[in-house]
Design a protein around this ligand. Structure first.
Ligand SMILES: Cc1cc2nc3c(=O)[nH]c(=O)nc-3n(C[C@H](O)[C@H](O)[C@H](O)COP(=O)(O)OP(=O)(O)OC[C@H]3O[C@@H](n4cnc5c(N)ncnc54)[C@H](O)[C@@H]3O)c2cc1C
Length: 401
């Protein structure tokens, strides 16, 4: 699957931060992690901390899938509003999912700090504004639901949103204390290097071609024929997981993003906040740690990469038009535009768990606007399962739900 257009900003900004050898000989391990994006690098970090003999493989250069194209807003807010999620899956599961995302943002900050990351992790507030009068009605209901659940939220009237954040055409907003952002491409590289120094074996340009399930272990065969004997496999294969599972569980789309040139004024005003709105598809914005402004959205209902990349110029213009409408008194000088595959699930929740067709294996598929925060939660879940413990969220994130 072609996961992104040629030049996502983070790849251009950071370049190829590390390269690992491909695998040519038979090896064995406790845990084989398939996929070296932000999810695989987090799971590997946890497995090494838990003391497992761990191997990670990626069919591309590591971190060259969606994790190089992500805009990396770290949100406790799931694509499906809390009040709606409560209606869909019940209060217990909905609150547990929102709580897990809150915790994930904090946990990621702790990890970034622990490994002395230079990936610009920053805690931020989050502003979710109504883009129409009609949306303001359900957004207020959402505010009540979050407020009743004890989240640190405030309702802001439209004139406050305009005077404080300069956002025109808004109909009120929820201001949340929890949120963050990071350069996920850099963080994934840093995590891999950190774990590599502690014993993680990493092989890139190494595709898992097939798996044989034996009593007590799996035998994975990779490109070129080398075999990996693994007690457990953790699939962190991102949106390409859709092609591995027979049931349809994720809807794949195309999403678009642009970043401005370095702009001191935009940066100063928006460096501490994530902004998103209730449009369908939603529009989102934030400052980057190197002083730019980023806007994303304009999702299209298909994943065809040729069609997607052919729309880049048109989508850049549309995002610029949205910026001009929201901030009529500000300028946005576009520097980079890119596109990537994006995935949505029916309830906004990820698929993290076992699948009956894959023995002694777990999937960590963080989909939707919270892909990264869900992957952080996935670390805790996989860690529990490998130790034979249960996890509260298994029921809500499982396949076949
Ligand atoms: C434009 C855009 C904006 C986004 N914005 C946000 C955001 O603001 N916040 C957020 O949380 N999320 C966001 N996301 C989603 C986020 O990018 C993803 O959730 C995240 O990058 C997924 O990481 P991953 O490691 O699971 O997948 P990937 O980074 O795609 O890594 C999976 C890896 O698995 C490897 N692989 C696949 N199959 C095999 C195999 N058979 N053998 C070996 N290796 C294999 C691939 O090569 C790939 O490197 C956005 C995505 C896009 C495209």
């Amino acid at each position: 699957m072609d996961l992104k257009s040629n030049e996502p900003f983070w790849l251009v900004k950071n370049g190829l931060l590390a390269s690992y050898p491909s695998l040519h000989e038979n090896i064995s391990c406790d845990v084989l992690i398939v996929g070296g994006g932000i999810t695989g690098s987090l799971i590997a970090y946890q497995c090494i901390r838990d003391g497992y003999n761990t191997v990670l493989i990626d069919k591309r250069e590591v971190c060259n899938g969606s994790s190089s194209a992500t805009t990396s807003m770290l949100q406790y807010e799931i694509d499906v509003p809390l009040y709606e999620l409560i209606e869909k899956i019940g209060e217990k599961g909905a609150l547990a999912s929102y709580d897990a995302c809150c915790k994930a943002v904090e946990d990621l900050g702790k990890i970034a700090h622990r490994i002395k990351s230079a990936s610009g992790f920053q805690l931020k507030q989050s502003l979710y504004y109504a883009a129409s009068k009609k949306d303001a009605e359900w957004l207020q209901k959402e505010f009540e639901a979050r407020s009743n659940a004890g989240y640190d939220v405030r309702w802001l009237e439209p004139d406050t949103v305009l005077s404080k954040y300069g956002i025109h055409h808004n109909y009120g907003a929820i201001l949340s204390a929890a949120g963050g952002s990071v350069d996920a491409y850099k963080l994934a590289h840093e995590l891999l290097l950190h774990s590599y120094k502690k014993g993680l074996r990493v092989f890139d340009k190494t595709t898992l071609e097939s798996v044989q399930y034996k009593k007590g272990f799996n035998l994975g065969t990779v490109t070129g024929g080398a075999v990996i004997k693994a007690k457990n496999i953790v699939y962190c294969t991102g949106y390409e997981t859709a092609g591995m599972i027979k049931e349809k569980f994720v809807k794949l789309l195309s999403s678009f993003a642009i970043v401005s040139e370095i702009d001191k004024d935009l940066y100063r005003q928006y460096k501490d906040i994530l902004i998103w709105n209730t449009s369908k598809p939603y529009l989102y914005m934030r400052a980057t740690d190197d002083g730019r402004f980023l806007i994303g959205g304009e999702d299209e209902d298909f994943k065809d990469p040729v069609k997607r990349d052919a729309m880049l110029k048109e989508k850049e213009q549309k995002l610029l038009k949205s910026f001009a409408k929201i901030f009529p008194d500000k300028q946005f000088y576009s520097d980079f535009a890119w596109a990537g595959t994006f995935g949505e699930t029916k309830d906004g929740l990820p698929y993290i768990g076992e699948h009956p067709d894959f023995k002694r294996s777990y999937f960590v598929g963080g989909f939707g606007g919270n892909g990264i925060t869900f992957s952080v939660t996935g670390m805790e879940m996989v860690s529990h399962w490998l130790k034979g413990k249960k996890h509260l969220l298994s029921e809500y994130f499982r396949f076949g739900r």
